[in-house]
Write a protein that binds this ligand. Structure first.
Ligand SMILES: Cc1cc2nc3c(=O)[nH]c(=O)nc-3n(C[C@H](O)[C@H](O)[C@H](O)COP(=O)(O)O)c2cc1C
Length: 372
């Protein structure tokens, strides 16, 4: 049954951008870049094939060498990286798409093998995460990170500023600050991972100081909040199973209020635990966050067209991001519109490798043709 008249698939005005539909391609790390963090040429095919989304959010992209926490992920600090991204953005634009760059610092979710000179990963506090890191030598157990010195923090804000400038040079339509999934910014926000006693720890106001300094720097580069979004995961427990915050709603309510004051374009909210569940065990109220925020609300996590239509009708969200469905369905919007079944990407294709399982997924009617 055709679903082409679905309200989710109609144009949407996001700030000063007109999007073709309310479908957002969620950021997807695919670990296809070089050891120097340069995306491959075939990444332009991959993103160009997916320009049917109203908006593409790029895979998370490291703001500095210290930010790296996964092997073969791209960066945006060197000229070679900017040049490679410029080709990707040009291909998305040639196919009438829009693309934002996701700005990333993994903090403690890293490993000395991935750090400059083999140093310790950095974080708000010296608290070891559960789990393992994907390094060039395979999976390695996480280590206890080094707590950042107070006087190092402005330098990291400066790295975000440079990354935001480089994103602009590469031609991106905007940037998304990755403040979700317990990477560096969220490590400062949450009181279980931030036990600092300086002006960056303790009260909610102090825990938000560094993330908001990043937001300030990035919005200054982009001439205000109109092309700057942010990703949040108020209900996540990652990288474990226990709540990260003694009062997540108070923390994220204050965060969203402050983000509103910056006039940010959207909050991109992971509703539940990324990929795992839409349950919200710790009492976060997403609708309250949406109402408190002045910009648009992008919902994410396990969306289908049916669920997106329901949430739109109930006024819970403006846009809907799809992650895993975009891996094996480059023409996702056309498939949603026609009610066609979705292909599933086997996990071995998710991270690492070359063009195979990445930019060679066919559309419903054969290879997806793109303008170059
Ligand atoms: C292979 C893979 C890579 C991901 N990489 C990122 C990333 O780089 N940045 C990010 O914020 N989320 C990342 N995520 C989370 C997705 O953006 C999304 O939140 C999640 O897949 C749930 O949405 P879905 O049910 O539509 O897949 C990744 C998820 C997957 C499966």
């Amino acid at each position: 049954m055709s679903r082409s008249d679905s309200p989710v698939l109609q144009p949407f005005t996001l700030g000063d951008l007109t999007l073709k539909n309310r479908v957002v391609m969620a950021p997807l790390t695919r670990s296809r870049s070089s050891v120097a963090g340069v995306p491959p040429d075939f990444a332009a095919d991959y993103y160009g094939q997916r320009a049917n989304a109203g908006l593409i959010i790029s895979e998370a992209t490291n703001i500095s060498p210290q930010a790296v926490g996964y092997a073969y992920t791209p960066g945006i600090w060197s000229d070679a990286q900017v040049e490679a991204w410029r080709r990707i953005v040009a291909t998305v634009h040639a196919n009438d798409g829009r693309i934002f760059l996701q700005l990333w610092h993994t903090g403690r979710i890293s490993h000395p093998n991935l750090q400059p000179d083999g140093g310790l990963p950095v974080s708000a506090s010296a608290i070891k995460p559960k789990g393992t890191a994907f390094t060039e030598d395979g999976m390695k157990a996480h280590v206890t990170p080094r707590a950042l010195e107070t006087d190092e923090i402005p330098g990291i804000v400066g790295d975000y500023r440079r990354a935001a400038e480089n994103a602009k040079r590469a031609g991106f339509d905007g940037v998304e600050i990755h403040s979700a999934n317990n990477y560096l910014l969220e490590q400062f926000v949450r009181d279980s991972t931030n036990t600092r006693t300086d002006q960056y720890g303790g009260s909610i106001e102090n825990r938000l100081r560094f993330p908001l300094a990043v937001v300030k720097a990035v919005t200054e580069v982009w001439g205000g909040g109109n092309r700057v979004g942010i990703r949040l995961s108020p209900a996540t427990t990652e990288p474990g199973k226990t709540p990260l915050d003694s009062d997540p709603h108070a923390t994220f309510g204050a965060y969203v209020d402050a983000l509103s004051d910056f006039g940010l374009l959207y909050i991109h909210t992971i509703e539940g635990v990324t990929q795992q569940t839409r349950d919200v065990p710790d009492g976060v109220d997403f609708l309250d966050l949406r109402k408190r925020f002045s910009g648009a609300y992008v919902g994410n996590n396990q969306y289908t067209l049916d669920l997106a239509e329901k949430e739109l009708a109930e006024g819970h969200a403006d846009l809907f991001s799809f992650g895993r469905p975009y891996i094996a369905n480059p023409d996702l919007v056309a498939r949603l519109a026609s009610g066609a079944p979705l292909a599933e990407a086997p996990k071995p294709y998710w991270y690492g490798g070359g063009a195979n399982g990445y930019s060679d997924w066919p559309g419903m009617d054969g290879p997806v043709q793109i303008e170059r």
